[in-house]
Ligand binder design. Sequence first.
Ligand code: NAD
Ligand code: DAU
Length: 345
Amino acid sequence: MEIARFRRILVTGGAGFIGSNFARYLLEQGAPEIVVLDKLTYAGNLANLADLAGRPGFRFIQGDIADPAAVAAAMENCDAVVNFAAETHVDRSLLEPAAFIQTNVQGTYVLLETAVRCGVERFVQVSTDEVYGEVLTGRSRESDPLRPRNPYSASKASGDLFALAYYASYGLPVMVTRGANTYGPYQHPEKFIPLSVTNLLEGRPIPIYGDGRQERDWLHVRDHCRAIALVLTRGEPGQVYNVGAGNHRPNLEVARTIVRLLGLSDDLIQHVADRPGHDRRYAVDASKIEALGWTPEIPFDEGLAETVRWYEAHREWWTPLKSGEFADYYRRNYGARGVLGRGEQ
Ligand code: NAD
Ligand code: DAU
């Protein structure tokens, strides 16, 4: 089952980081028609889709996935839905959890409900390895219990459970993907890799939370998009698929590599207060999606070097994102020592 067989695919959250890369990937793969529905929160950015606007088969609609009327209009005549729309930043979820529940739980519910009514043939719920909670040793399998430890991951876990319940209860052909930490072009500079690169390009230090020994598995956005597209076309309804690249690195090592790639000094790495409830490590066993035919293709060292070059070459894209809303958010919530919890504001 290839991408071109779908008449019209709804990509929610397609003005964000992974969603915009995915929309571009779908058109490259011959998708006849895609509709992007996005609320354009602080994280949504039409500049991410500028090269797609005006192409035949591409349509953008501004709207909220928690608004049933907007969703019904966007989903009309769609045979597939891929849901990327979410509040995604763990730090923000510690400060304002309500928006995470509204979009990641209520919004997912509205999409599922509408998909049942529209008779959608394939529905991919894009989720995260964070739903397993921190994994100090070994790797999470899809059948492992969900132990989310922050409001973001708790809201995503809840969205997963609703998605799977809609398969069991109403027969909606839902697949869930649980991806690892993704990096690459068009990622908002609030996240660790783009924050580090753009801070250095602005002559500012990288803030490392706590001891910097927390480990993440870094997955290039193109590999992540290929995995989601494979699940869309060949995944089995009712199943969950982990997506991990096996590129586990402590944050401090990633920061040092970025500093080196820019020819700078390690003095620009500054330890700051730790994130409350900071998960030390995530790691997934990706053998199930590998059995479906996926394997990561982009080695981390190459992907990271290419990503650093992309941010160097696209200052006009990220400079506005670091002023305005983001600058206010940073000023309000982060002191000179780093992240502040809610009680410390
Ligand atoms: P992002 O924050 O860059 O983009 C999210 C997009 O969703 C934005 O365009 C935003 O405007 C839109 N959005 C938010 N609330 C909305 C609403 N109520 N209605 C419609 N649109 C709304 O996020 P991302 O990093 O691209 O993540 C996309 C998805 O992938 C999320 O579901 C996230 O949980 C998941 N994921 C992300 C990663 C990662 O490392 N970035 C890893 C695994 C899974
Ligand atoms: O694992 C998948 C998840 O990865 C996604 O589901 C989330 O949407 C995505 O935001 C990401 O979550 P993390 O919390 O792992 O990503 P973040 O980029 O915020 O942080 C990565 C690591 O770097 C984490 O251990 C915290 C640390 N960090 C982050 C920032 C922003 C720092 O040390 N300093 C920072 O300034």
